[in-house]
Design a binder for this molecule. Structure first.
Ligand code: SAH
Ligand code: SF4
Length: 320
C-alpha cells in the first residue's frame, strides 16, 4: 500500500482478482477522516484535524518547503507530559495512536497533495510524546522505511530517557529532536514537569552518548518565551549546557494560544535575533522557525483546542 500508493483492495492490481475480492470481504481499509483542513497559509502549509474511529481528534501538518515536503504527525491523541506552554499538554493525556493511525495521517496527506516519496520528510512533532508510544512508533517507522530513508524522519521527544536509550539501540534510527526549552533545570522544571522524573543533566549525558552522525542528527528544540528564556545570557547558558554535544539548535518562537498562561508571550523579532546571534557567536549551529507552517506545526493541538473551546468536542475523559 505504502510503496505503491494504493488505498483500496481493488487497486492492488498485482494480486489475483479473486484474492482481492476475498480481502475486501474479510478486511477493511480505514483512514483517519479529515474533519477540518485549514486554508493554506502564506507558505502553502496546511493543518489537518482528523477524526479517529473512536471519535478522538488529532492533528497533522503538511509543510511544503522548496523541493522537499515535511509532514508533521501526531503520535498520541493527547499528552500526559503536561508541558505548560503546550496546548496538547493543557488538554491532558490521550491514548496511544496505533501504527495504522500514524501511517494513516501520513498516507492521507501524501495522497491529497500527490507528493512523491523521494521528496518527503516525516516529523513526529505533532500531538503527543512519541517515545511514550514506543512499540507502535517502531512499527510505524519500519513501515515508513519502505519508502522514506531513516535520515528523512525525525522523532521529537520531551526527553524520555528510557525511550532515547531504546532508540539508540535500534538497528535503524531516525533523527532525534529533543525539546530542551530552558537553559537550566529549575526553569525547565517550571515549564516541563517531566524534568523532575528525567533530570536535565542526565538527559544531556544520555544525548552525549547517543550515536549521532550525519545520518542520525540531534536537534535541540528551544521554545523562546519572552522574558523567560530569551536573553543573550540564556543563550550563553544554553551553549554551555550543550557543549560537547554534536547537535544544532532549533529555536521556536512561542506560539500564543488562549488556553495557555497569559504571561507566555512570543519574544520580539529583535530579541529572537539577539538570542540566535549569541548562540552563533558561541559556536552553536542554529535554525529559527519563522515560517507560518512550521509555527503551526510547533503548536499542534491548537486546532483541536479551538474545537474543544467552542464546545464541539467535550473536554475531559471523552477527549483523553
Ligand atoms: N512531545 C514531543 C513532540 C511534540 S511537541 C516534544 O515535546 O518534543 C513538538 C515541539 O513543539 C516541541 O519542541 C515543543 O516544545 C513545541 N511546542 C509545543 N507547544 C508550543 C508552543 N505553544 N509554541 C511553540 N512551540 C511549542
Ligand atoms: Fe507533550 Fe510535547 Fe506538548 Fe510537552 S510539548 S505536552 S511532551 S506534546
Amino acid at each position: 500500500m505504502h510503496v505503491r500508493g494504493v488505498d483500496s483492495f481493488d487497486g492492488m492490481t498485482n494480486l489475483p482478482k479473486e484474492l482481492r475480492a476475498r480481502l475486501a470481504e474479510r478486511f477493511t481499509l480505514a483512514f483517519p477522516q479529515v474533519v477540518e483542513g485549514t486554508e493554506p497559509a502564506n507558505d502553502s502549509s496546511r493543518k489537518y484535524l482528523f477524526a479517529l474511529g473512536d471519535g478522538n481528534r488529532i492533528e497533522s501538518v503538511y509543510m511544503p518547503m522548496g523541493d522537499r515536503t515535511s509532514i508533521c504527525l501526531s503520535s498520541q491523541a493527547g499528552c500526559a507530559v503536561g508541558c505548560t506552554f503546550c496546548v496538547t499538554g493543557f488538554f491532558g493525556a490521550g491514548r496511544n495512536l496505533t501504527p495504522s493511525e500514524m501511517l494513516g495521517q501520513f498516507f492521507t496527506i501524501q495522497q491529497e497533495h500527490n507528493v512523491p516519496s523521494e521528496s518527503l520528510n516525516a516529523v513526529f512533532m505533532g500531538m503527543g510524546e512519541p517515545l511514550l508510544n514506543f512499540d507502535h512508533l517502531m512499527t510505524t517507522l519500519d513501515t515508513m522505511y519502505a519508502t522514506i530513508a531513516p535520515k528523512r524522519i525525525t522523532v521529537s521527544t520531551s526527553g524520555i530517557i528510557p525511550g532515547i536509550e531504546a532508540l539508540a539501540a535500534a538497528p535503524r534510527r531516525p533523527n532525534l529532536a529533543v525539546s530542551i526549552n530552558a537553559p537550566d533545570r529549575k526553569r525547565r522544571e517550571e515549564i516541563m514537569p517531566i524534568t523532575a522524573k528525567y533530570p536535565l543533566d542526565e538527559l544531556i549525558a544520555v544525548l552525549k552518548r547517543y550515536p549521532a552522525d550525519k545520518h542520525h542528527e540531534i536537534t535541540i528544540e528551544y521554545v523562546l518565551l519572552a522574558g523567560f528564556n530569551d536573553t543573550p545570557s540564556d543563550a550563553m547558558a544554553l551553549a554551555r549546557l550543550i557543549r560537547g554535544l554534536d547537535a544544532k539548535v532549533n529555536a521556536i518562537p512561542f506560539n500564543e494560544d488562549v488556553n495557555l498562561p497569559s504571561w507566555m508571550k512570543r519574544p520580539t523579532d529583535t530579541a529572537i535575533d539577539r538570542f540566535v546571534d549569541t548562540l552563533v557567536h558561541n559556536g552553536v549551529g542554529v535554525t529559527v522557525r519563522r515560517s507560518k507552517g512550521r509555527e503551526i506545526a510547533a503548536a499542534c493541538g491548537q486546532l483541536r483546542g479551538k474545537e474543544v473551546a467552542t464546545g464541539r468536542v467535550a473536554r475531559g475523559k471523552s477527549l483523553p
